[in-house]
Design a protein around this ligand. Structure first.
Ligand code: NAP
Length: 438
């Protein structure tokens, strides 16, 4: 204080004593932050409210409360306090599940947030760097009217989504932000984040989002179907939703599936190659034998999309029962996955892997022996880490056209962006951003 600091941050336990000790000597421009830290949990809204009153009673200029997130829904308690606070308030929820409390601070009335100068040099769990706050989340552009979009997953930390969408939002001055939502329970999440500020959600397209609900394992995408008030007819037929949008007028949640458009348009583009770019009326998939490996969310999307384009669909899955179920729904055939290598009723078939086989770290795995690939004219892999999987590498070595999961990811991202914003997707910017940060 004597050296002219603008702010002094003092713990609640000693605040009375400290403030009494400087009585009559406090410089006019000095602001006293009185802090309370809870490393165990996040109290209820009432509990935090009582704490705010106790801190205010010390004579604090700024109230600071940091709690710990056991679940992402804890952050809602803090937002409810900061957004209605009559006094300047810093409200942060520590830990990975509390990250959005730090990023969305300007939207919900927080006085300031904390960022680290260097990655890894944290003063509290899960602090982002200042660079990330400014460049990755466009922190300076966020305000009360900013619309929040996000990626739901577990884990969700390394997704390219926030970078892609926030770069695009900034490029056109769109008042939105895209954040990672680390979610343990989808139903609980949607109950807590029911305000119109949270408008668009995407589910992480990775194997981890299988979650445990009521003793049975359901992938997020399929659990999400039940949370929607309305489901797009295509997503309903596929049986999986991977994008949810909140209607601004009545708050209802509508579910969509953008995976199938991403995957099918990438494969069609691969089939057309450079020869037939002008023929966009009929699909090059019409009449083709299309073999899908997998019967989960991506498998269903691919099987449905291929069938819709007039292909004859065969589903090969580890759990044969699931393959049969899907084949019955879409009108196709099913085979057990271990018979795929010997399955070659004709030449020039199309193969689409929609399982995590070959995904990092198990990059040496492949769903089909290399010698069996010669019956195919195009091979697609939904896996996008690595970009070139063993399956695609062996197909390429066999002279077969390959289409990557990255291409599917980019194309579904266009659809998602257009649904979220109502604006055309900046396709070149998406590709450049992904290429620069590959
Ligand atoms: P999912 O719903 O969990 O389904 C996984 C499917 O893979 C199931 O059919 C499962 O068979 C099968 N499977 C899992 N592990 C296997 C193994 N070790 N051996 C044989 N089969 C196995 O997952 P999903 O959403 O469909 O995703 C599948 C893959 O697609 C993931 O790698 C994901 O990253 C990728 N994906 C990519 C994009 C993109 O934009 N590029 C989008 C969506 C998904 P059972 O029925 O026997 O369990």
């Amino acid at each position: 204080m004597e050296l002219g600091a603008d702010y002094i941050d003092i713990e609640l336990q000693v605040a009375h004593e400290f403030i009494n000790s400087i009585c009559g000597r406090k410089p006019q421009n000095l602001k006293i932050i009185v802090s309370s830290h809870n490393y165990q949990n996040t109290p209820s809204v009432e509990g935090i409210g009582d704490l705010v009153a106790r801190i205010q009673a010390t004579g604090a200029d700024i109230v600071k409360i940091a709690t710990t997130a056991l679940d992402i829904t804890d952050v809602v308690h803090m937002f409810q306090i900061t957004v209605h606070s009559q006094v300047p308030i810093i409200g942060l929820v520590m830990g990975e599940r509390g990250l959005i409390s730090r990023v969305l601070c300007p939207k919900f009335g927080g006085y300031l947030t904390f960022g680290t100068l260097e990655a890894g040099k944290l003063s509290a769990p899960a602090q982002p760097t200042i660079k990330e706050l400014l460049n990755f989340y466009n922190f300076r552009q966020l305000g009360p009217d900013t619309k929040v979009f996000g990626l739901i997953g577990n884990p969700v930390g390394h997704s390219k989504g926030p970078l892609l969408y926030n770069t695009a939002f900034k490029s056109i001055g769109f008042n939105g932000v895209y954040v990672p939502f680390l979610v343990d329970d989808v139903a609980k999440f949607f109950d807590a984040y029911s305000s119109p500020d949270f408008v668009g959600f995407r589910f992480n397209p990775d194997k981890w989002w299988r979650i445990n609900q009521s003793n049975c394992t359901i992938p997020h995408k399929e659990a999400a179907l039940e949370r929607c008030d309305e489901v797009d007819p295509i997503a309903k037929s596929i049986g999986a939703v991977n994008m949810i949008i909140r209607n601004p007028s009545d708050g209802k949640l509508s579910g969509y599936n953008c995976d199938y458009i991403g995957a099918i348009s990438a494969i069609e583009h691969g089939l057309r190659g450079s020869h037939d770019i002008h023929n966009t009326v009929s699909s090059p998939l019409a009449g083709k034998l299309f073999v899908v490996i997998g019967a989960g969310g991506a498998g269903k999307s691919l099987a449905y999309g291929a069938k819709e384009k007039g292909a004859r669909v065969v589903i090969a899955n580890r759990t044969y029962e699931r393959a049969k179920q899907l084949a019955n729904v879409i009108g196709g055939e099913a085979i057990p996955l271990d018979e795929l290598g010997d399955f070659h009723p004709e030449n020039k078939m199309i193969l689409a892997n929609a399982t995590p086989i070959g995904m990092q770290p198990k990059v040496d795995e492949t769903p089909i022996p290399k010698k069996s690939l010669r019956f195919y004219s195009l091979v697609f892999d939904a896996v996008y880490t690595p970009k070139i999987t063993r399956l695609l590498r062996e197909a390429g070595e066999s002279g077969i056209t390959v289409v990557t999961g990255v291409e599917m990811f980019i194309r579904q991202a266009y659809v998602q962006y257009e649904n979220f914003t109502g604006l055309p997707a900046p396709k070149e910017l998406f590709r450049e951003t992904l290429a620069t940060h590959a």
